[in-house]
Design a protein around this ligand. Structure first.
Ligand code: HMG
Ligand code: MG
Length: 307
């Protein structure tokens, strides 16, 4: 299959990127980050989660973050919603898009959202129905599509089953999450092929964490399979609090650089994106995990010094 000409990037930095950070990041800093990401040309930026503040304290200010954002035509700010309580909060915050999040692994589902896969689908059904009623778009995630920190190997048919169920609930897109970043290209293709028997490829997205450094290769492998939506996180920030040892999402800078090199349009300005990454890394007191970001940071320092 030919590679897509255009790829949509869904930016995870403000949510997946920050949800596991030990340092508290103020709503003002999150808003500044999101505005910089939007200025860089990203059209979908996940900005937070209406989940239990006891489970994920870093996302407790999601309503405040949403209230502080400029509305921009053509730009969506999805938020995670695990249940009706989360949906009510998202509705009050006037969101246009939510994401429900399940798993292909029973053990991960229990650790992450405190219920079985079947129970999670029962909880998502009224959320999806209420969202449809209010004209709110629903995205679906599946975690552990290529491996689980508790169960190990996950068969593609288990992923396909959950994908089919989420699609039936009305998700316009299903994002396939390699939560712990253990996947390799052949396995990623086999898994996406199994899912594509139930959900059209143009409704699929990929969401690779980069723990083993395989994310770019996996993304390329899935582009070859006709998937044209990629989740990533500026500066490679992030990780799930319920997936110990897993590193952040693939860095948006790395994905952009690869896609630019392939002649695939993203609409993202790499220099501005990298500057947004430096901004948030300064606040976190860490270096970007992206090689591309580090090269661009060195160049920016040289330019500032007039070299
Ligand atoms: P629970 O304890 O089973 O919920 O948690 P409950 O319904 O029994 O309620 C317990 C308490 O939580 C009550 O408060 C509720 O009001 C409150 P209390 O009476 O004790 O004071 N509560 C809520 N508060 C705020 N917002 C809500 C909400 N729901 C209940 N929506 C629950 C179930 C799902 C809430 C919990 O397990 C939870 O919040 N989990 C968070 C999981 C999470 O955010 N994980 C990280 C994101 S997923 C991810 O990173 C993976 C992804 O990136 C893809 C990939 O990489 O694989 C998407
Ligand atoms: Mg994730």
């Amino acid at each position: 299959m030919r590679l897509p000409k255009v790829v949509k990037l869904v930016e995870m930095g403000p949510r997946d990127g920050l949800q596991n950070e030990p340092a508290t990041i103020s709503a003002a800093v999150k808003i500044a980050l999101i505005e910089q990401l939007a200025d860089a040309g990203l059209k979908a930026i996940e900005v937070g989660a209406f989940v239990s503040p006891r489970w994920v304290p870093q996302m407790a200010d999601t309503a405040e973050v949403l209230a502080g954002l400029k509305k921009r035509p053509g730009l969506t700010y999805p938020v995670l919603v695990p249940n009706m309580k989360g949906f009510e909060a998202a509705l009050a915050a006037q969101v246009e898009e939510i994401a429900i999040f399940g798993a292909a692994s029973e053990a991960f589902s229990q650790r992450n959202i405190n219920c079985s896969i079947a129970e999670s689908l029962e909880r998502f059904a009224p959320v999806a129905a209420a969202a449809k009623d209010k004209g709110i778009r629903v995205r679906g995630y599946i975690s552990c599509v290529l491996g689980c920190p508790y169960e190990g190997n996950i068969p593609p048919r288990a992923v396909a089953r959950v994908a089919a169920a989420l699609f039936k609930l009305g998700c316009y897109e299903i994002s396939l999450g390699d939560t712990i970043g253990v996947g390799t290209p052949g396995k990623a293709q086999a898994m996406s092929d199994a899912v594509a028997e139930h959900v059209p490829r143009e409704r699929l997205a990929v969401h690779f964490h980069d723990t083993y450094g395989q994310a770019l290769a996996n993304i390329y492998a899935c582009l070859e399979r006709g998937i044209a939506v990629v989740d990533s996180s500026v500066a490679g920030l992030g990780g799930c609090p319920y997936a110990k040892g897993a590193t952040g999402n693939v860095a948006t800078e790395d994905v952009c650089y690869m896609l630019q090199g392939l002649g695939i349009a993203t609409g993202v300005d790499l220099e501005r994106l990298a500057a947004a990454g430096r901004f948030i890394c300064q606040h976190l007191g860490k270096r970007p995990s992206s090689r591309v970001a580090l090269v661009l940071a060195a160049r920016a320092t040289e330019a500032a010094a007039g070299k």
